[in-house]
Ligand binder design. Structure first.
Ligand SMILES: [Zn+2]
Length: 66
């Protein structure tokens, strides 16, 4: 296993929501899109988005409650 080029160092994760937290990685800074503070799985905001997809239009047209 080749491990000599891998250097673990303290690294800062920067989320698009503005949250930052430290971890160990091989890069100084990571720019990430979601973190535990803004991901819907953790924020419990699943289902609050406005539904405008094809399935919703179909259900609305035929009066199907989901
Ligand atoms: Zn975030």
């Amino acid at each position: 296993m080749k491990t000599e080029n891998i250097k673990m160092q303290k690294s800062t994760m920067k989320c698009s929501c503005g949250a930052e937290f430290d971890t160990l990685s091989n890069k100084d800074v990571h720019n990430i899109e979601t973190c535990n503070l803004c991901h819907p799985f953790y924020t419990n905001k699943v289902g609050t988005h406005k539904k405008t997809g094809a399935v919703e239009k179909f259900n609305k047209r035929y009066n199907i409650e989901d």
